[in-house]
Design a protein around this ligand. Structure first.
Ligand code: NAI
Length: 505
């Protein structure tokens, strides 16, 4: 089945932030749009907001004035639900309350034709449960836009138990025709993005709770080594802790309290204090006028070593050898377990063990572990952690090495997995289970995470870049170190490692 033709009338119920945005998207794609809201004046306000948004686009030269007027003309405000009778598709974007949505869908089924597709923009409710109130639940599908809908490309097309594949395909093709990037998923708690993204916030908060580093330092490492646009603390401050904590709690409860999704006490404290983030002037950070933004902890300049031995394969840190050679260091390659010997200190990419454990097992006391970077040439900062046995002079040598490669260095406490590696391992692990459980394909998950939450690389593609066996080792070490089920590795990941397979064919 192909996309709905642009002559198909699209109804939007709920003219708030999301409904107005979706109405604008459908009208910009050429559809006649009928906009309804139960509250007096809300649909008119919604349309006025769209007209203002179109005027802004025209002022920026992205539309000409005639196009803006034509788009606005295609949107009609309805005074009653009955006026949605001629629609081929109705997208619901009302308040997130199951009972209210149930009543609406029963009424929509009664007023629209039997062929009209009923879609919900819900971000947390089960499509299967929503459809259960319909006489024909096969009419129902999720069409989950991201905020702001006219800007964000991603649409999660969500299939309830009764949603036929061809209906989901029609909605996906329609979303493509509207200039969006659709992904298909089964209706499971959090769909793709709100499930797979949970470790991004959770691991950051765990690191802060465990005293790995302060929040500004963890944020800086996630941004400057991981190349995420924001770190977990600045991002949750922007989202709002009430919203982010509620999603975490609902996903945790919906997966029957699976410890993978365990909420964090630090965030609960913020919610209880009313420190909800930017919108209240205080969250993890203080946004009061004159409040100083804390700077990341950065090691003072240290002397660069002049020579290094690369012992074995450095895997995803291989580029460090070339960078060191470019920085003028004398380099020798020899066999070994994937370490860098700086003649006085040994460096190892984290494998999910603490530096102290590696030092104890290898007998190398002067040992420093370092974090993963997405791209060593683009990275600006790196987190490192010394073993408890490591001398101050050896640590300085390690710092000087990374500084000579142009990186700022943040010294973490000796936590397992550091920040970027641990975050990526857990994001990829959740994504692996999402594939394993048949919720979505690997390609759609990576697309969802890059388009929906702007990750620099999909977590599964990133896992392949790190190496699946290495990633599994990190997870197994985290699980053993913490003794928590939270870090259990996905059976899918383990199977792929044994089968030498890939997530992406
Ligand atoms: P909103 O509060 O801005 O707008 C909701 C609108 O629905 C209001 O104008 C309200 O008057 C209207 N409404 C409430 N009950 C109604 C009913 N029975 N019949 C007709 N209209 C009714 O809410 P927002 O943020 O636009 O969210 C709407 C839906 O979109 C929710 O299901 C939410 O989970 C989902 N969503 C929200 C996102 C966001 O970032 N705000 C992102 C993606 C999905």
């Amino acid at each position: 089945m192909a996309a709905l033709p642009t002559t198909a009338i699209v109804g939007i119920v709920g003219a708030g932030a999301m409904g107005s945005g979706i109405a604008q998207v459908a009208a910009q794609a050429g559809h006649p749009v009928l906009l309804f809201d139960a509250f007096d004046g809300a649909a008119e306000r919604g349309k006025a907001g769209i007209v203002a948004a179109l005027a802004k686009l025209a002022a920026k030269g992205k539309l000409d004035a005639e196009q803006a007027a034509a788009i606005a003309d295609r949107i009609s405000v309805c005074g009653s639900l009955e006026q949605l009778a001629p629609c081929a598709l109705v997208v619901e974007a009302i308040v997130e309350k199951p009972d209210v949505k149930h009543e609406l869908f029963k009424a929509l089924e009664a007023v629209t034709g039997a062929d009209c597709i009923l879609a919900s923009n819900t971000s947390s409710l089960s499509l299967t449960a929503l459809a259960s109130v319909l006489k024909n639940p096969a009419r129902m599908v999720g069409m989950h836009f991201f905020n702001p809908a006219p800007v964000m490309a991603l649409v999660e097309v969500v299939k309830g138990l009764a949603t036929p594949d061809d209906l989901a395909r029609t909605i996906a093709d329609t979303a493509t025709a509207w200039g969006k990037a659709p992904v298909l998923c089964k209706s499971t708690p959090g769909f793709i993005v709100n499930r797979v993204a949970r470790p991004f916030y959770a691991e950051g908060m765990r690191l802060a709770q465990e005293g790995a580093a302060d929040i500004a330092t963890i944020d800086a490492v996630i941004r400057e080594a991981g190349q995420f646009r924001m770190g977990p603390f600045e991002l949750t401050d922007m989202i709002g802790h009430d919203v982010n904590f509620a999603v975490t709690r609902s996903v945790h409860a919906a997966y029957f309290n699976d410890p993978r999704f365990l909420p964090n006490l630090l965030q609960q404290d913020l919610v209880e204090a009313g420190w909800l983030g930017k919108k209240t002037g205080r969250g993890f950070y203080d946004y009061a006028d004159g409040a100083e933004k804390p700077q990341p902890a950065t090691a003072a300049p240290c002397q660069a070593p002049t020579a290094l031995d690369v012992l074995g394969d450095l895997g995803p840190a291989s580029a460090l050898a070339d960078l060191a050679a470019k920085a003028g260091m004398t380099l020798a390659r020899m066999g070994g377990a994937g370490m860098i010997d700086l003649h006085g200190v040994t460096l190892m990419l984290t494998d999910g063990r603490t530096a102290s454990e590696v030092a104890a097992v290898t007998g190398i006391g002067d040992l420093v572990v370092f974090d993963l970077a997405l791209d060593w040439c683009a990275a600006k900062r790196i987190a490192i952690a010394p073993a408890g046995q490591c001398s101050a002079i050896a640590l300085q040598r390690a710092v000087g090495f990374f500084q000579a490669l142009g990186l700022s260095v943040s010294i973490f406490a000796d936590v397992p997995g550091l920040a970027v590696m641990r975050t990526i391992a857990m994001l990829a692990n959740e994504a692996a289970d999402t594939v394993y459980q048949g919720v979505a394909s690997a390609g759609d998950i990576d697309l969802a995470m890059t388009k929906g939450v702007n990750y620099p690389l999909g977590p599964l593609a990133w896992a392949e870049r790190v190496g699946l066996a290495r990633l599994l080792t990190v997870l197994d070490n985290l699980a053993r170190t913490y003794g928590e089920d939270r870090y259990r590795a996905s059976a899918h990941l383990r199977r792929l490692v044994f089968a030498k397979g890939r997530f992406h064919d």
